[in-house]
Design a protein around this ligand. Structure first.
Ligand code: 3PG
Length: 395
C-alpha cells in the first residue's frame, strides 16, 4: 500500500478517515489515545499545505441523526491536540459538507459530522461513496481500528480516490506484521478473556502461527474442565469441552506448545478483596471460583517470555478490574515491558479490554506497540482480511 510518503498533498483536498469513536463517560472523553494517535497524520498533511477533511463514525446511530452521537465535541478535542483550529461541518456529504470544504485554505483542518448518520455508510452505498469522494482529491485511511468494516468511508471511497495509508494505519500494520506476518521466533501468544466461544477462530489461527500459546482468563477454566479437572464454581463453558480438546490436540500436532494454568487464585465470590487462596489446578475447592492464575503459572509464562523474540498479547489473565485478581496480569505485563527494554523482545498487545489491562499495569508506553483497535485487532488475530486494508492494498 501507499503511504503519505507517496502523496504530494500541497493545495489538495485530502479526505482522512479517522476513528474518533472514542470512549465517553458522563459526557467526557475518558480516553484520548485515538485522538492523540491521529495527530501525526493530520499535522503532516496540514504542514505540507493540504486542505484536510476529517471524517469518522461515532457510536452506532444506525443511519439516523442522533444528537448525542454528534462528532461536534470532537472538533474541539482535535483542535486542542493539534494546537490549531478545527472547523466543523454539520453533515459529512451534500451541500453543507461541500460548502465547508470549499471554504478551506491550504493547511486548514475540517471535521465532518458522524458518517453513520447516513444509512449509506454501513451499506457502502455508491451514492454515499460518491458524496464523500466528491469532497476530496485524495483519500487517506488512518482508521485501522475501523478497517474490519466494509463501509463507504472505510472501503468504498478507497476505490474512487487515490488512496493512501495514514501514519497510524501504517504503524499498526507494521506492528502487526512484525507480530505475526513475519515475526522473529520464538513467538509467544497470550490469550485471555472470558469465553472460548468468542475466540475460537483466534485460537485456531494463533495455534498455527505461534510457538507457544498461553491460555489465561476464564477461558482457561473451560480447557481445564475439558481435561477432566473439577473447576468448582469457576466460570466456564461446558458446551465447549469438545472444541477445547480439539484445539489442544490440533495445536499439539502442529508443534505449538499450549500452556494452561498450573495453579489458580480462587475465591468464594467475584468481589474485590474477597478472601482468596492459591491452589493447584487439580484441587479447586467445590464452592470456590478461579479469578486469577497463580504464581507458578506466572513463573512458567515468564520463563517462556525470556526465551521469546516476539509476544502477542490479547486478554488479561484474571479479573484485573478487582484487586488482588490483577496480580498475574500486572506481573507478566511488567516482565514483558522489562524484557522489551532489556532484551529486545517485540511486544504487541491489543483488542478488547487488553488496552485497559495494560494501562492498569502501567506498561502501555513500555511495550513495542499497543494497538488502539478492538474488534479489528481481534479479526486480524483470527487471520481475516480486513476490507479497509485490502482496499488500500488494491489502490
Ligand atoms: C471500534 O471502536 O472498535 C471501532 O471504531 C469500530 O466500531 P464499531 O464496532 O461500532 O464498528
Amino acid at each position: 500500500f501507499r503511504t503519505l510518503d507517496q502523496l504530494e498533498p500541497a493545495g489538495k483536498r485530502v479526505l482522512v478517515r479517522a476513528d474518533l469513536n472514542v470512549p465517553v463517560r458522563d459526557g467526557q472523553i475518558s480516553d484520548r489515545t485515538r485522538i492523540e494517535r491521529l495527530v501525526p497524520t493530520l499535522r503532516e498533511l496540514a504542514d505540507k499545505g493540504a486542505r484536510v477533511v476529517v471524517c469518522s463514525h461515532f457510536d452506532r446511530p444506525k443511519g439516523k441523526r442522533v444528537p448525542e452521537m454528534s462528532l461536534k465535541p470532537l472538533a474541539e478535542a482535535l483542535s486542542h491536540a493539534l494546537g490549531k483550529p478545527v472547523a466543523f461541518a454539520d453533515d459529512c456529504i451534500g451541500p453543507v459538507a461541500e460548502d465547508a470544504v470549499a471554504a478551506l485554505k491550504d493547511g486548514d483542518v475540517l471535521l465532518l459530522e458522524n458518517t453513520r448518520f447516513h444509512a449509506g455508510e454501513e451499506k457502502n452505498d455508491p451514492a454515499m461513496v460518491d458524496g464523500l469522494a466528491k469532497l476530496a482529491d485524495a483519500y487517506v485511511n488512518d482508521a485501522f481500528s475501523a478497517a474490519h468494516r466494509a463501509h463507504a468511508s472505510t472501503e468504498g471511497v478507497a476505490h474512487k480516490l487515490p488512496a493512501y495509508a495514514g501514519r497510524l494505519m501504517q504503524a499498526e500494520l507494521e506492528a502487526l506484521d512484525a507480530a505475526l506476518g513475519n515475526p522473529s521466533r520464538p513467538v509467544v501468544a497470550i490469550v485471555g478473556g472470558a469465553k472460548v466461544s468468542t475466540k475460537l477462530d483466534l485460537l485456531g489461527n494463533l495455534s498455527k502461527k505461534v510457538d507457544v500459546l498461553v491460555i489465561g482468563g476464564a477461558m482457561a477454566n473451560t480447557f481445564l474442565a475439558a481435561q477432566g479437572k473439577d473447576v468448582g464454581k469457576s466460570l466456564q463453558e461446558a458446551e465447549m469441552h469438545d472444541t477445547a480438546r480439539t484445539i489442544l490436540a490440533e495445536a499439539g500436532a502442529g508443534g505449538c506448545e499450549i500452556l494452561l494454568p498450573e495453579d489458580l487464585v480462587v475465591a468464594e465470590a467475584f468481589a474485590a478483596n474477597a478472601p482468596n487462596k492459591v491452589v493447584d489446578v487439580d484441587s479447586v475447592p467445590a464452592g470456590m471460583m478461579a479469578l486469577d492464575v497463580g504464581p507458578r503459572t506466572v513463573a512458567a509464562v515468564e520463563a517462556r517470555l525470556k526465551r521469546a523474540s516476539t509476544l502477542v498479547w490479547n486478554g488479561p489473565f484474571g479479573a484485573f478490574e478487582i484487586p488482588p485478581f490483577d496480580a498475574a496480569t500486572v506481573q507478566v505485563a511488567q516482565t514483558a515491558a522489562a524484557l522489551t527494554t532489556s532484551a529486545g523482545l517485540k511486544s504487541i498487545g491489543g483488542g478488547g479490554d487488553t488496552v485497559s489491562a495494560l494501562k492498569h499495569a502501567g506498561v502501555i508506553d513500555r511495550l513495542t506497540y499497543v494497538s488502539s483497535a478492538g474488534g479489528a485487532f481481534l479479526e486480524w488475530l483470527e487471520g481475516k482480511t480486513l476490507p479497509g486494508v485490502k482496499a488500500l492494498e488494491a489502490a
